[in-house]
Each structure stands twice: as structure tokens, then as C-alpha cells.
Design a protein around this ligand. Structure first.
Ligand SMILES: *Cc1c(COP(=O)(O)O)cnc(C)c1O
Ligand code: SF4
Length: 336
């Protein structure tokens, strides 16, 4: 286990992000112990988990002690309810996940292509569709970039490349450099967007070599973070966000609406305000992808819309995220 004061984490002497990645907690008993719930045998999930626990220690440090309802703990702790079979929740909710896995590049929306750059994540979020798709370690790195770049070069309607996953920042910075060197041959792609949870769950990833790569890119850059609750944000995350902005990125956030985690006007208001304090604008609030094992997180559409109305009554318009659902075959995310 690595012990360092929260502020030491971003100093030059801080451990390398890969070391922190490997040091993540993967054992349910250890996690409960660390958050002061070691004596709560009732919190141990029954049945075989089909999706491993994984959570970086720095993220665990932001959880409240002795609180089984902590909104960060609930996002990562395996629960017995994941085994419930619920009508309408399937393995392939968005319909194209098999395609995502084999093709690497998804071109569903006008002007934007999405590359599954990596299948790995530093954290395993229980509500994620990824629980059913144990991708290979380095999808795009496995020779697929050539094909993806060929497609980009041939289709001049594409102006934005989105790196997604998994988490694309799981790739080492030299790998990212390799990818963007290839993009230099595709002049009609003028924007690079990165969808990543790493600046939130492992802000040490936003290190000096990474920022040097990002700052030097001759593209417009957008980073879309993923935080669901204000408590996920701390001083280390603030530093990571500031570095991203200094490197010339527009920084946005997407959240998933999750029962017991952020399904209140208070929690969503606090999240928007905390993001803005870090220089980040809320972008999307997603309704859950209806995959098997996540039904206990679902908030119905009527309540979701009422929550967003509540936000609109309390916040400036630019701090109200767009409530959307991904629907297979549509031209964009569907606004609710
Ligand atoms: C969500 C998504 C995008 C990005 O959509 P925006 O509305 O531009 O954020 C692009 N491609 C795919 C396949 C997506 O799922
Ligand atoms: S893809 Fe995003 S939401 Fe899913 S497990 Fe990885 S970090 Fe979590």
C-alpha cells in the first residue's frame, strides 16, 4: 500500500500513475475494512461476481467512513442485487456492443467517429455496460489503428475523433503520441475529444509528459470527464482539471443518473457547482444503459425529468446538464 499525503500525490516525487493503478483495491473485504465497515458481513455480496471490484486508493480516500450509503462506495461495491433478473435489462442494451468490440471505430453520428482506444479502466463502475464486455487490454493498439485511420482518411465528413473505451488514458502517453502522429495525415479531422474518468479517479494520470503531448497537438481539444457526485472532486482533481485547461482543452463532464448516488436535486446541484469550481461544465446526464445487473441503479424517466426541472429552477442554464438516453439506431443521443 502506498501512503502519501493527499497533496504529495501531484508533486514530482509522487508515485507514477501506473504504480497507483496497480495498487488499486480489488478485494471486497479490504475495501470494507478501509472505509470502516469491516464488521458488516451483511454488505458482502452473495454469489459469484461476474465483474471484479477495482477502485484506486485515492478514490477510496474520498469516501465517508462508516457509511454503507456513501455515494462513492455505492458506485464500486459489488451487490447481491446485481444477480437479479429484471425484465428489459439485457446484456447488449445499446445493440451495438459486439460491433464496438470487433471494429474499434464506431461511426454512428454525423461528423464524429468514436475509437475504442482501450478496454481497460482504473475503476470498475458497477452500473457500466462494460461489465459484460471484458475487452482485450489494448484494443486499438492491437493493429486496429491502421484500419481506423484508413476509415478516417477516406471519409472527409468526419471532423471530430473521439477517443473512448474503456478509458483511453489507460494507454501510455507514447501510445497516444503514436495515434496522433497518424492523425496528422487526416487534415479534415480538426477536433480531438477524449472521454475519460481517469482525471477524476486517478488524477495523477494527468502528469507532465501527458500534458506536454496534449498541449503540442495542433487540434482543438475537448476532454469529457465522468464524475457522478461532488464528493468525487478533491484538490488533486482540481489540479488535473487546471492542467487540462492550461493545455488548451475545453473540459466538460458527463454523469450517469444513479439511484441512491445522485438522484436528488441537492446532489446534482452540488455536482454542477463543484464541477464549475474546477473549471468544468456539465454536458450530459445519462439515463442508464439497461444492461443486466444494473437495475437497482435505475431512476425512471418521469423522476429524471423532474430532477432536471428542479436543477433548472436552481442553477444558471449553463450548469444544467442535458438529460439523454442512448437509443440504438438513432442519429444522436435522445434528449428526454
Ligand atoms: C455518444 C457518442 C458520440 C458523441 O455524441 P455527442 O452527442 O457528440 O457527445 C459519438 N459517437 C458515438 C458512437 C457515441 O456513442
Ligand atoms: S467505462 Fe467508464 S463507467 Fe465504465 S467502468 Fe470504465 S470508467 Fe467506469
Amino acid at each position: 500500500m502506498i501512503t502519501a499525503s493527499p497533496h504529495a500525490r501531484l508533486l514530482p516525487s509522487a508515485p507514477d500513475w501506473r504504480e497507483l493503478w496497480r495498487d488499486a483495491i480489488t478485494d471486497v473485504r479490504e475495501l470494507l475494512q478501509v472505509v470502516g465497515l469491516g464488521d458488516r458481513a451483511d454488505l458482502l455480496p452473495r454469489g459469484d461476481a461476474d465483474f471484479a471490484l477495482r477502485v484506486p486508493r485515492g478514490f477510496v480516500a474520498r469516501m465517508r467512513r462508516n457509511d454503507p450509503s456513501d455515494p462513492l462506495l455505492l458506485q464500486v461495491l459489488p451487490q447481491t442485487a446485481e444477480h437479479d433478473r429484471v425484465a428489459g435489462f439485457t446484456v447488449d442494451a445499446v445493440g451495438d456492443m459486439a460491433a464496438r468490440e470487433t471494429q474499434g471505430l464506431l461511426h454512428k453520428y454525423e461528423g464524429r467517429a468514436l475509437l475504442i482506444a482501450s478496454g481497460s479502466c482504473a475503476i470498475n463502475c458497477r452500473y457500466c455496460f462494460r461489465r459484460h464486455f471484458p475487452y482485450g487490454e489494448e484494443m486499438a493498439a492491437a493493429g486496429q489503428w491502421r484500419r481506423a485511420l484508413d476509415h478516417l482518411r477516406e471519409d472527409t465528413s468526419i471532423s471530430e475523433l473521439i477517443l473512448s473505451g474503456g478509458d483511453p488514458l489507460a494507454l501510455a502517453t507514447p501510445k497516444l503520441e503514436e495515434l496522433t502522429r497518424g492523425l496528422a495525415e487526416v487534415p479534415h479531422v480538426t477536433r480531438l475529444r477524449i472521454h475519460t474518468r481517469l482525471p477524476v479517479v486517478l488524477p495523477e494520470r494527468i502528469d507532465t509528459p501527458f500534458i506536454a503531448w496534449l498541449a503540442a497537438l495542433p487540434l482543438q481539444k475537448v476532454v469529457v470527464l465522468h464524475a457522478n457526485h461532488a464528493n468525487e472532486m478533491d484538490a488533486g482533481v482540481d489540479v488535473a482539471c487546471a492542467r487540462l485547461r492550461e493545455a488548451g482543452c475545453t473540459v466538460l463532464n458527463q454523469s450517469v443518473l444513479l439511484r441512491r448516488v445522485n438522484d436528488s436535486v441537492d446532489a446534482l446541484t452540488a455536482l454542477s457547482e463543484r464541477l464549475f469550481a474546477a473549471g468544468v461544465l456539465p454536458y450530459y446526464l445519462h439515463q442508464l444503459d439497461r444492461v443486466h445487473g444494473v437495475a437497482h441503479f435505475e431512476v425512471d424517466d418521469a423522476r429524471a425529468m423532474a430532477l432536471v426541472d428542479g436543477l433548472r429552477a436552481r442553477l444558471p442554464g449553463y450548469l444544467v446538464p442535458r438529460l439523454v438516453r442512448e437509443v440504438s439506431g438513432e442519429m444522436s443521443k435522445r434528449p428526454l
